[in-house]
Write a protein that binds this ligand. Structure first.
Ligand code: 5RP
Length: 229
């Protein structure tokens, strides 16, 4: 059910892509639907597009579909990025990073003229931090220092484990600490983003403040709700 809603949002987002664009490829199950839909459109319409992925996994998926995968080094200006999110609030601010790709996702979002976020309705919240923990990417050398400092800013800060029971490692070779908040969530996302990033060894965190331009929500009635900043 929810997969269908993700796919609906993905298809709508892919309709914004035009011939000649540089397109950012997001990461996660919802972004995967968009990459597949883009692959189909590119093949069917013979689109000349270049794609910059936000993770190794998205690069592999895009490549397998015949998309032209390029690096940010080659394409530092991106016309449109399509990505998922873990939470979207009424200001269109986001929490991202449950899939572990927040650093590259944030860099690509900042490099994009338009950042389009695709979600199912379960991701829409009144306040950030109420549904999802906040992922924070940290340098392994100092992860316990970061955890200690993050405990002061959240209710609980946990080093993320991978599927095999080892510590999860990002595409950039870093660790992730997931910060949980109480029922009230995050009261000032912009201030928290700055405080978290001021901790030594923090590379970046999953708060995306004023980075999303458009949020598309796939709905049960088969329509999409489109919200623009
Ligand atoms: C990965 C992300 C994803 O966009 C986010 O976790 C949503 O994933 P999904 O679409 O699988 O729910 O931020 O770092």
């Amino acid at each position: 059910m929810s997969d269908r809603l993700k796919e609906l949002a993905a298809e709508k987002a892919v309709s914004y892509v035009r011939d000649g664009m540089v397109v950012g490829l997001g990461t996660g199950s919802t972004a995967d639907f968009a990459i597949r839909a883009l692959g189909e459109r590119a093949e069917k319409e013979g689109l000349d597009i270049q794609c910059v992925p936000t993770s190794d996994a998205s690069a592999r998926l895009g490549e397998s579909l015949g998309l032209d995968i390029q690096s940010l080094e080659d394409q530092p200006v991106i016309d449109l990025t399509i990505d998922g999110a873990d939470e979207v609030d009424p200001q269109l601010d986001l929490v991202k990073g449950l899939g572990g790709a927040l650093l590259r996702e944030k860099i690509i979002a900042a490099a994009s003229t338009r950042e389009v976020i695709i979600v199912d309705p379960s991701k829409v919240v009144d306040r950030l931090g109420t549904r999802s923990p906040l992922p924070v990417e940290v340098v392994p050398f100092a992860w316990s220092l970061a955890q200690m400092r993050l405990m002061d800013l959240s209710r609980r800060a946990e080093l993320r484990q991978g599927d095999t029971g080892d510590t999860f490692v990002t595409d950039n070779g870093n660790f992730i600490i997931d910060c949980h908040f109480d029922e009230a969530g995050i009261t000032d996302a912009a201030a928290l983003e700055t405080s978290v990033n001021a901790i030594p060894s923090v590379v970046d965190n999953g708060l995306f403040v004023r980075l999303a331009d458009i949020v598309i929500v796939g709905q049960d009635d088969g329509q999409c709700r489109v919200m623009e900043r």
